[in-house]
Ligand binder design. Structure first.
Ligand code: ATP
Ligand code: MG
Length: 335
């Protein structure tokens, strides 16, 4: 048993179409990690309920997130790919963990405060306890690494706190999970208008989706913000230009990127029209195969359901062991 693989967990909410942020913040890591680790990747359908999605839309959204993950290169034979609500053990541990979470600390979470501002008419208790559920998603599989984007860094810290708190009160059970990215730091893909990050449920026109058709991709990039001249030689690169260069680094050849970096830095002769055209073409080459494969997969719902079922079986088996141990430690141990 000495060589047992480390456990990895990560989830994506079925709140809309997956985008470049999801890909580079999360999925790209999943694809590499599936070779080395014992991976549990899931569609976080319970988490999506905080915004009350239309019940008619939910099944299609779940299927599409599964399809987009597989189309991006995730191999359901290598990982456990499942839907959160297919693992009821998570909800039981969530109930137990809520007893160790304090309302004061939950109210201070920045993403909660944002939601209070954005949806004041729907500040439900699920929003408040979202970090508890997210922690349980991770802890119930006893994960040590969690591939996520930068926006989730603080939630991971909460997961470590809850793990510590439980271990301290009841005895060692949970490892403390770390956020993970193969790069040096966690990734944040900004939206094309420079306002916030690319997102499934906001900034639609400034987010590049894995399902976008070619003309849409080209158009969005054409309209991306570059509210600046071509710059004096040596002047600092403005955020809007840096954003485009950063996107180029993800999908374009290295010499293309350095050409545009140099043309800003040295000559002040950067041509945004050309740069966007190049970025658009490279982005189309990157996105279109994923989009087409995903379409095929979404037509085969029987296959996707088979994957979900097999993934849930594996996830439940591991989760049930943790839950049983947690209950025993708490004293729910009567028979
Ligand atoms: P929503 O708007 O519904 O919250 P989202 O786009 O933020 O959707 P999530 O389901 O919340 O997506 O997150 C899934 C994963 O994608 C997480 O690991 C998150 O950190 C990552 N992620 C989301 N947006 C970005 C982004 N712009 N850059 C990098 N990573 C991101
Ligand atoms: Mg999000």
């Amino acid at each position: 048993m000495a060589t047992e693989k480390e456990i990895v967990v990560s989830g994506i909410r079925p709140t809309g179409y997956l985008h470049l942020g999801n890909y580079f913040g999360a999925i790209r890591n999943y694809i590499r990690m599936q070779e080395e680790f014992n991976c549990y990747f899931f569609v976080a359908d319970w988490h999506s309920l905080t915004t009350h999605p239309d019940p008619k839309d939910l099944p299609g959204n779940v299927m599409r997130v599964l399809a987009e993950n597989i189309a991006s290169g995730l191999d359901p034979e290598k990982v456990s790919l499942y839907v959160q609500s297919d693992v009821p053990e998570i909800s039981e541990l969530y109930l137990l963990m809520n007893m160790l979470a304090y309302v004061g600390e939950l109210e201070k979470v920045p993403t909660f405060k944002d939601k209070v501002r954005l949806q004041p008419q729907n500040v439900n208790a699920g929003l408040l306890t979202y970090p508890v559920l997210m922690s349980v998603d991770i802890l119930i599989q006893r994960a040590v690494k969690v591939p996520v984007g930068k926006d989730q860094g603080q939630h991971l810290e909460m997961a470590r706190n809850f793990a510590q708190r439980f271990n301290h009160r009841y005895g060692d059970l949970f490892p403390e999970p770390e956020a993970f990215n193969y790069g040096d730091s966690l990734v944040r893909i900004p939206s094309l208008d420079g306002a916030g990050k690319m997102s499934k449920s906001e900034n639609e026109l400034a987010t590049l989706y894995l399902a976008d058709e070619d003309d849409k991709i080209l158009n969005k990039i054409k309209k991306a913000k570059t509210d600046t001249g071509s710059g004096e030689p040596g002047s600092p690169v403005p955020d809007s230009v840096q954003n485009l260069l950063d996107l180029m680094k993800l999908v374009s050849a290295a010499d293309v990127v350095s050409f545009y970096e140099e043309s800003w830095k040295n000559t002040g002769s950067i041509r945004f029209g050309d740069m966007k055209k190049q970025l658009g073409e490279d982005m189309v080459k990157f996105i279109s195969p994923i989009r087409e494969r995903s379409k095929e997969l979404q037509r085969d719902t029987d296959y996707l359901k088979k994957i979900m079922k097999a993934g849930a079986e594996k996830a439940r088996a591991n989760a049930a062991q943790t839950l049983q141990q947690a209950k025993k430690l708490i004293g729910i141990n009567y028979y």
